[in-house]
Ligand binder design. Structure first.
Ligand code: ATR
Length: 286
């Protein structure tokens, strides 16, 4: 009997990751033998840990904070969207004879799919405010541009960080006819159609660092977090007439893209998202 193909989510911390549960559902749906676990990596020894995991016969892994930049460096081949992000959330351990390891970043395409398909909001022609210039925001900008909104403003406390990311994406934005700019938190603009929070601000409990004038009635206000970490942002958005959305759909969609890269099949995400939603809601009410 052959043992199932092995994968894991690598991070630190990683014990709260829902990815194993999501991938178990995808595998069951696709009738594939897959063993997907959690891999806690030491902060100062990520690369050796991943190499040992691969040497042990594993086929690939997802990568979460704080290792997405190191994961990108590990691969000999990188998808264009990983190149733009300079970070990877997915590795596929192909043999050297087959071209070597592939690094991809499925966060952005997962976000865009969640907005377009699950939330039913077309991004084309819209005005988008992206808050934050850390790994989370940098990771999604390329695919957001590809969805061809009219404009994307990247607002960050440290303007220089946003400017550097915007500069790296300037040619990509031109190519797609998107007006792209960076700014601070004081005057990011008003009445955006879509507002995406990619900062750790909600986690820190310090409140939303921009004023409600960035919203208008019906603005889709999406936090990349979910559960208690997103709650303050979602409450704030709702109280100002926006349509709040957490990052659970993005989580399921990025996982589906990773699964497709590994297994060649794109799972049906709707039943998995519904299941995960029920789980998160059940936790909230206890
Ligand atoms: P990640 O990789 O998860 O995105 P990060 O690189 O630490 O994490 O980035 C966190 C983001 O949240 C940054 O954009 C950060 O702003 P700075 O670049 O100015 O540091 C933002 N952030 C964190 N705490 C914040 C706060 N209290 N107010 C405003 N922005 C905050």
């Amino acid at each position: 009997m052959t043992s199932p193909d092995r994968y894991a989510v690598a991070g630190n911390p990683v014990e709260h990751s829902r990815s194993p549960l999501i991938h178990a559902q995808f595998a069951q749906q696709a009738d594939q033998a897959m063993d997907y676990g959690r891999l806690l990596c030491p902060l100062d020894d990520f690369k050796a840990h991943i190499k040992a995991f691969a040497a042990g016969g594993a086929k690939g892994c997802n990568v979460t904070v704080p290792f997405k930049f190191e994961a990108f460096e590990l691969a000999s081949r990188r998808t264009p969207r990983a190149e733009l992000a300079q970070a990877a959330n997915t590795l596929r351990f192909d043999a050297d004879s087959a071209g070597g390891w592939v690094a991809d970043n499925t966060d952005g395409v997962g976000l865009v799919r969640d907005i377009a398909v699950n939330a039913g909001v077309a991004l084309a022609g819209k005005r988008v405010l992206l808050l934050g210039a850390g790994g989370a925001s940098a990771g999604v900008l390329g695919p957001l541009i590809e969805a061809r909104p009219a404009e994307i403003v990247m607002a960050n406390r440290t303007v220089e960080k946003a400017q550097a990311i915007v500069d790296r994406h300037a040619a990509w934005a031109d190519q797609h006819g998107v007006k792209l700019s960076a700014c601070g938190l004081q005057a990011p603009g008003t009445a955006f159609d879509v507002f995406i929070n990619g900062t750790a601000a909600s986690l820190a409990g310090s409140g939303v660092p921009v004023g409600p004038e960035v919203l208008k009635p019906g603005t889709l206000a999406l936090d990349m977090m979910y559960g208690p970490a997103a709650q303050a942002f979602l409450d704030w958005a709702r109280s100002h007439g926006a349509v709040p959305r957490d990052g659970l759909g993005m989580l399921v969609e990025q996982a589906a893209e990773s699964f497709a890269l590994w297994r060649g099949v794109r799972p049906d995400t709707a039943p998995v998202l519904a299941h995960m939603r029920a789980l998160v809601d059940a936790t909230k009410h206890h």
